[in-house]
Design a protein around this ligand. Structure first.
Ligand SMILES: [Zn+2]
Length: 297
């Protein structure tokens, strides 16, 4: 039997963003409400990476106990897709996405786009992702990122799949690109743009992902945005192992902390925590067509 592919190593270059020290909470958070055991969905979690090699099964078992029923696992590099798909195939709660992350621009090749086209056809992941534009890191060539992004949007169009977006300091550029390459909606992960940009994403069929950053009291702009946006536009995510919640600052993030994101959102909004749990789950199921994958017709 051929050896199983090794689970990819968590890259030394962090693909998402670190939480600035500025956001370390100055005092303990207030008591948080409980929700009525509605199944939650972590729409963005890198559970396939090496940071979880020692305890992946235990983490997922704790997630199930915490009523986290589904976890979407985005792809970042072609050489990690086999391991990602293998991990997802052995856990019914895991749903893969395949994509080429802009932060690894120099590691991607034209062949990877061919491999992606075949992977979308053969494996039917729930989305194309994680893809997008990262203008925060100046070392990443913007034109090359744009070419890679457009190529992957075209593949998403052909495959009629939604996309998982990574966007840093590039929301207007991403929005104008999406208008030229309309796709079947998706999620703008770890959203950190303006209210106006959020409304443009919503018009294009996107949901906005909110996670650990919400739990930092001093993230006031993000918190007020999460309080004001239509609930129908919001999905929950952890981005584990990055973007840890305030109560675990400095530690590895984990999908089992997703309820803390929900509980914080409930303290910011007017709806009950049950309503928020139910609607954010519905939003994720709708935009990624997760329900039809698990519910027999
Ligand atoms: Zn990510």
């Amino acid at each position: 039997m051929a050896p199983l592919p090794a689970v990819n190593e968590w890259p030394t270059l962090r693909i998402c963003r670190k939480i600035p020290r500025f956001f370390i909470p100055l005092r303990a958070l207030p008591p948080v409400p409980k929700w009525n055991h509605m199944t939650l969905i972590d729409t963005h979690c890198h559970i396939d990476v090496a940071a979880f090699d020692d305890d992946r099964e235990r983490v997922l078992a704790r997630c199930e106990k915490a009523d986290i029923g589904k976890i979407v696992v985005p792809g970042i590099r072609a050489n990690s897709w086999d391991a990602l798909l293998l991990t997802c195939s052995s856990h019914p709660m895991l749903f893969p996405a395949l994509g080429l992350h802009p932060a690894f621009l120099k590691q991607h090749s034209a062949q990877d786009l061919d491999k992606l086209a075949h992977g979308l056809h053969d494996h039917r992941p729930v989305a194309v992702g994680e893809i997008g534009l990262d203008f925060y890191r100046h070392a990443l060539d913007r034109d090359a990122q744009q070419v890679l992004f457009e190529a992957q949007l075209a593949l998403a169009q052909n495959a009629a799949l939604p996309v998982l977006l990574h966007v840093r300091k590039a929301h207007d550029q991403v929005l104008s690109t999406l208008r030229r390459f309309p796709v079947k909606g998706g999620i703008c992960h770890a959203f950190n743009g303006s209210e106006q940009q959020a409304m443009h994403y919503i018009e294009l069929g996107f949901k906005l992902g909110f996670g650990g950053m919400l739990t930092y009291e001093r993230a006031s702009k993000l918190r007020s945005l999460a309080a004001q946006l239509p609930l129908e536009a919001i999905v929950l995510e952890t981005d584990a192992p990055d973007m840890t919640v305030a109560s675990h600052h400095g530690e590895r993030n984990s999908p089992e902390y997703l309820p803390e994101c929900l509980q914080t959102l409930a303290t910011l909004r007017t709806e009950t925590i049950d309503t928020i749990a139910a609607q954010t789950t519905r939003n994720a199921e709708e935009v990624l067509s997760l329900k039809c994958l698990t519910t027999p017709s």
